[in-house]
Design a protein around this ligand. Structure first.
Ligand code: PNS
Length: 164
């Protein structure tokens, strides 16, 4: 059985992430979306529990997608699924530089681990979780940026964030 691991900080999940997850689910027998910490993004808007719930809600229509989380290293997490492949989306050349470096670090920790990249759909190349957070904090319309069933929750959180 082919397994893809789609890791990310998902703070929050965007339609760009969902596009990569959906396409991975068409290619692989099983997709595990793994919510992880990104040391370069130390101050997340959502807790891990909230992210798990949001990603579950956004992916529940895909029967071969499951959601997990880990506060460890991705390359160590992947060891429990021998033969699994990391799948990441690439929006631009700048993403490639970062992801290429991550891929080399992951390979150093776990030489058997392969990473594959899917190019982002053109309509989502501008989209990132940080753009969504910023727009939400300013009360902008999030339609077309995040799964519609999550808009209320993101707006509510952004309201609390604004009052901090
Ligand atoms: O959505 P992001 O923020 O681009 O995802 C990056 C993520 C979470 C996949 C990456 O930071 C990661 O793999 N974090 C887990 C810790 C780890 O393995 N770091 C890389 C080696 S130091």
């Amino acid at each position: 059985m082919s397994i893809a691991i789609c890791p990310g900080s998902f703070d929050p999940i965007t339609l760009g992430h969902l596009n990569i997850i959906r396409r991975s689910a068409q290619i692989f027998d099983r997709v595990i979306v793994c919510i992880m910490h990104n040391a370069m993004k130390p101050n997340p808007m959502f807790t891990v529990e909230e992210k798990v719930e949001m990603v579950r809600k956004a992916t529940e229509r895909y029967p071969n997608v499951t959601v997990d989380w880990s506060d460890g290293l991705l390359a160590e997490y992947a060891r429990q699924y021998p033969g699994a492949v990391i799948v990441k989306g690439l929006r631009a050349a700048s993403d490639f530089e970062y992801e290429f470096q991550m891929n080399l670090i992951n390979k150093k920790i776990n030489p058997d681990l392969e990473t594959m990249f899917l190019t982002a759909s053109g309509k989502y190349t501008f989209l990132s979780s940080s753009v969504v957070r910023e727009m939400a904090v300013y009360g902008a319309d999030l339609t077309g940026l995040v799964p519609h069933e999550l808009i209320g929750q993101i707006e509510e959180k952004a309201k609390q964030w604004r009052m901090k």
